[in-house]
Design a protein around this ligand. Structure first.
Ligand SMILES: [Zn+2]
Length: 485
């Protein structure tokens, strides 16, 4: 296997060599559950879910961990705004996120640890950092001393001086160095708090990821993912905490960062208020079309959110869906089933069509989805040419169409697309169109041409294109061939 990934730390594409042969551990920073997820958050998480699926398809035994940050200033603020408890806030938005994940065809990670379930582990880690001289207590707060960790800045490639000049630094009277970051925050009146050796309080944001990633995947696990906005300070701090505490490196072997989703000229971010919520998009487009939009360009690229981009993705997705329907219609009982489980661990037996090989070559190369999608579109173009001859009973065309449809179902299955919900809709549509065409035929038989034309006009108005042929009426919806009566 020759999968290559772009490692943010090494700043280049390098071969993926996992710590344990045949296994891969992936950790992705999850959400702070204080609001509905925006499409930028969801794109990043859908991408890491897809990377996990793809690595499993290539034969690795994958463990995927994603955390929920369920204690944070933003949650406390939100609880005040909504007049409910912080626990009610996190329960509400965790459920909303899981619904969005399902709607987008994502699977939940293998382990989904919550910060509040690991307070004891975090206290232990913070005490360990104090004992080793990397952290200090001041006024019931505990800070990580960045100057004590020599390689601080190695992920973002910046020195302490650069960071000091470039970042908005939170001033605090108890810090030794302006870039020292919080490990433990002293409790304020009315906020959730836990007992600790430094008095009641709660953990800072960064420590949970170091502690939970190592707890579930061990030091030196394979892939750490997240949005590129997390590189500094969050991921830099995760590295400092874990490598200082455990005294070994690396914390993670590869750092993969997803590009941001932009709106107009700005990064989509809740604090800027220019966000589009995933659930609002999902009200207007089928989940698999939105998934198509999210996965069609490389995880690393910056993507612009726009209605026209979503419409384009929706139309491209429709071409795939229509192909599947047309193939099913043409092949009848010979229509292949989607393969389960999806597995291509070796490059042998990739089938005669070459599309599977192109798809794998593209995705092995740092998950180049644009090329992988192009391979499927090529397959669909070629497959469409076989629909009509297959329908006429041409044995060669049928055989090729079966092979192509098998490859199509495998590849779209890896992308998490099953076309299932829409399929039942389209069966219903096909049934209704055919029933109307029957009525039209009967009207014509009794020479009621006004009625026959009225039925045809109604169908045309609904976007059903009808062609009368010697073999009967053929029909399709919009651009794609859907059925032949
Ligand atoms: Zn994190």
């Amino acid at each position: 296997m020759a999968i290559r990934v772009h490692d943010t730390m090494k700043r280049q594409v390098v071969p993926l060599e996992t710590r344990d042969p045949g296994r891969a551990g992936i950790y992705s920073c999850g959400l702070t559950v204080y609001n509905y997820a925006h499409v930028g958050n969801m794109r990043s998480l859908i991408w890491f879910d897809f990377i996990r699926t793809y690595l499993a398809y290539r034969g690795l035994n994958v463990t995927f961990v994603m955390n929920y940050t369920d204690v944070d200033d933003k949650i406390i603020e939100r609880a005040k705004v909504e007049g409910i408890t912080p626990e009610a806030v996190t329960a509400k938005y965790t459920k909303a996120f899981e619904d969005d994940m399902v709607a987008l065809g994502g699977r939940m990670p293998d382990v989904v640890p919550r910060a509040t379930g690991h307070i004891g582990d975090m206290i232990e880690a913070i005490q360990g950092l104090i004992d080793k001289g990397f952290a200090y207590e001041s006024d019931h707060n505990v800070w990580f001393a960045v100057e004590k960790f020599g390689p601080y800045g190695k992920l973002s490639g910046r020195s302490l001086e650069d960071m000091r000049a470039g970042e908005r630094i939170e001033p605090h009277p108890s810090k030794h160095h302006p870039l020292d970051f919080s490990l433990w925050k002293a409790a304020k009146e009315g906020e959730p708090a836990w007992d600790s050796p430094w008095g009641p309080g709660r953990p800072g944001w960064h420590i949970e990821c170091s502690v939970m990633a190592v707890k579930y995947l061990g030091m030196g696990f394979d892939i750490h993912g997240g949005g590129s906005d997390l590189i500094f300070p969050h991921h830099e701090n995760e590295i400092a905490q874990a490598e200082a505490l455990y005294g070994t490196e690396p914390f993670a072997r590869y750092w993969l960062h997803a590009g941001m989703v932009q709106m107009e000229a700005e990064k989509m971010s809740k604090s800027l208020g220019n966000v589009v919520l995933a659930r609002d998009v999902l009200e207007r487009y089928p989940g698999e079309s939105v998934r198509y939009w999210m996965l069609q360009s490389s995880y690393r690229s910056q993507v612009v959110f726009s209605e026209s981009a979503l419409n384009d993705a929706n139309q491209s997705y429709e071409r795939w869906r229509t192909f599947k329907q047309a193939a099913a219609h043409a092949l009848g009982d010979e229509m292949p089933a989607a393969p389960e489980p999806l597995l291509r661990p070796t490059d042998d037996e990739l089938g005669p069509t070459g599309y599977v090989q192109s798809f794998i070559d593209a995705l092995d190369d740092d998950f180049n989805s644009a090329e992988a999608f192009a391979a499927i579109h090529e397959l669909v173009r070629e497959g469409n040419k076989r629909i009509e001859p297959a329908q006429r009973g041409d044995a060669g065309a049928r055989e090729e169409l079966v092979e192509m449809t098998t490859a199509f179902l495998e590849l779209t299955g890896v992308l998490g697309m099953r076309f299932t919900v829409e399929e039942s809709d389209s069966e219903l549509i096909a049934g209704l169109v055919e029933a109307m065409l029957d009525l039209r035929e009967r009207a014509r038989a009794r020479k009621d041409f006004a009625e026959a034309d009225a039925i045809r006009d109604k169908l045309t108005e609904l976007g059903v294109v009808i062609e009368d042929t010697a073999a009967g009426a053929r029909w399709r919806v919009g651009q794609g061939v859907v059925g032949v009566d």
